[in-house]
Design a binder for this molecule. Structure first.
Ligand SMILES: Cc1cc2nc3c(=O)[nH]c(=O)nc-3n(C[C@H](O)[C@H](O)[C@H](O)COP(=O)(O)OP(=O)(O)OC[C@H]3O[C@@H](n4cnc5c(N)ncnc54)[C@H](O)[C@@H]3O)c2cc1C
Length: 466
């Protein structure tokens, strides 16, 4: 059995590749290989247990049909300025065109018509003025918010559609390696509970997400796929009361602020702002517990959370950003006895740990109930920690009260974007018939950009067919 297209990873990048191809050429034989479960079989036990159960063999939050998208907040960033570096590869205008096109597909499958962050009143001018004074760049990005609970239904609609159109899906099946013949990729080696086998296809698309970034780096090294170490982000998830964030939440919905604090002037930015949201834990395969955040469409908390991320690049003699960030995460997990650690900003400035009883003395109460009060500075590298403290001071000029002593900082928040696979504008790697997409390729960092890259991949595959 030989397929026209084999897609490894059924996250947004892989899904939109399949969608674009099958909608325009229904006779294409497409196989999707996914190590997790179908979207309707995914269920995070935390809803009942109240704490992360570290599911084996795979985390329910990040694996399965729709990838990290199903249980994600489902915030679709509708501007090319947010979500990754794809625009630098294909051009900003074209990237925006792809996003607009992809957005229409999301609407067809049930996304909410409403777009947040299109506000154009006086308040936005005021926020920009404050940002300029603070030395911060303000990026305003309209957002279509699916909401965690609605995202699952939307992706189920897509899963059903693809299956009805004859796209084959192998779940609980993991890709182990690619099959090469003279620098051309002929297929993949896959493993499920019945064992290892080889399957062959004309075009192989790898879209394994952040979760598969380590694995893809190994595959690149073993098979001579041209790539370079990318960036890794180390940071914290910050949580404060909605009242503090009120104006930014109302006007921008998701305000992206970027700064280069002294003395190193590294890029530091806000990311993934969740008004009325909840702080969440996710676990990577190697038992690494990292913090994230999301918000439901209907259920709201009294807090807003967002992450502050510090970009790290390495050159020589060390060039393994993923390993570096993992060590920071492991150290933090060790100090938190396997849990996410939380500390008050004021305690960091005072050079003391936070105690659980002190958390109860604040206006802001942690929405991640099993986070452990402690000292995140004992595990955070000095440079990253100083960048975060300075950036919070800058943000306080835009959002008065943000640098309050009771503001909560959860750690570790790590974003692995490393291993940028070298690709041309047709999304070809240096290996014939092999393409790498989405977050695992290092070119995207979000639902919409990963989906749009999938659409582009689909179009390129269709061009090859014609
Ligand atoms: C809790 C959380 C909240 C988020 N919220 C948002 C948000 O609001 N907005 C936003 O834009 N982004 C958000 N993100 C990020 C977003 O989900 C990702 O950027 C996006 O899903 C990337 O899509 P992808 O297709 O590249 O990879 P993924 O969605 O990660 O999908 C990759 C798939 O590949 C599978 N896989 C991995 N390795 C293998 C293998 N070897 N063999 C077979 N299958 C494999 C995985 O199981 C997974 O299903 C969030 C992420 C998380 C974890």
């Amino acid at each position: 059995m030989k397929y026209d297209v084999i897609i490894i990873g059924a996250g947004p990048a892989g899904i939109f590749t399949a969608l674009e191809v099958i909608r325009h050429k229904p006779d294409q034989k497409i196989l999707m290989v996914e190590k997790g479960k179908p979207v309707d079989k995914r269920h995070c036990p935390k809803a009942e247990t109240g704490k992360c159960m570290n599911c084996k063999p795979n985390c329910m939050i990040t694996t399965g049909f729709s990838g990290a998208g199903a249980f994600s907040d489902g915030k679709l960033s509708l501007s090319y300025e947010v979500g990754g570096d794809l625009p630098t590869l294909i051009g900003e205008d074209f990237a925006q065109e792809l996003i607009n096109y992809t957005d229409k597909i999301y609407l067809e499958f049930g996304a909410d018509e409403h777009v947040e962050g299109n506000y154009e009143g006086e308040e936005i001018k005021e926020i920009r003025k404050r940002a300029i004074r603070a030395g911060l760049q303000l990026v305003n990005c309209p957002i279509r918010h699916l909401g965690t609970e609605k995202a699952q239904q939307l992706y189920l609609n897509i899963q059903n559609y693809l299956q009805e159109k004859g796209v084959e899906m192998l779940f609980n099946t993991e890709c182990d390696n690619i099959i090469l013949e003279n620098d051309v990729c002929r297929g993949v080696r896959i493993e499920d509970k019945s064992g290892v086998r080889e399957i062959f296809g004309d075009e192989i698309v790898i879209a394994t997400g952040r979760r598969g970034a380590d694995w893809l780096e190994k595959v690149c090294q073993e098979n001579g796929i041209a790539h370079k170490p990318g960036t890794v982000d180390i940071g914290v998830r910050v949580e404060c009361r909605n009242e503090i964030m009120e104006m930014v939440n109302k006007v921008l919905y998701e305000g992206k602020l970027i700064g280069y604090p002294k003395p190193w002037k590294n890029k530091v930015r806000t990311f993934c702002q969740n008004p009325g949201g909840f702080v969440a834990q996710e676990n990577y395969d190697n038992n690494l517990a990292v913090v994230n955040g999301h918000s439901f469409k209907d259920l709201k908390s009294e807090n807003t959370n967002l992450s502050i991320l510090v970009s790290h690049n390495f050159t020589e003699p060390f060039n393994q950003p993923i390993a570096y960030a993992q060590k920071v995460g492991e150290l933090t997990n060790m100090l938190g006895a396997g849990h996410i650690m939380v500390q008050r900003y004021g305690d960091i400035l005072d050079g003391k740990r936070t105690w659980a009883k002190e958390l109860a003395q604040s206006n802001v109460r942690p929405t991640l109930k099993d986070a452990v009060a402690g000292d995140i500075t004992a595990a955070m590298p000095y440079r990253a920690m100083t960048n975060i403290i300075e950036f919070i001071r800058m943000l306080d000029q835009v959002v008065p009260g943000f640098a309050s002593g009771e503001t909560l900082l959860y750690s570790p928040e790590l974003k692995f974007y490393s291993n940028k696979v070298k690709m041309d504008t047709n999304l070809n790697t240096n290996i014939g018939g092999l393409h790498c997409l989405g977050d695992s390729s290092g070119w995207t960092r979000g639902l919409m950009m990963a989906s749009a890259m999938g659409v582009l991949m689909g179009r390129k595959l269709l061009e090859k067919e014609n």
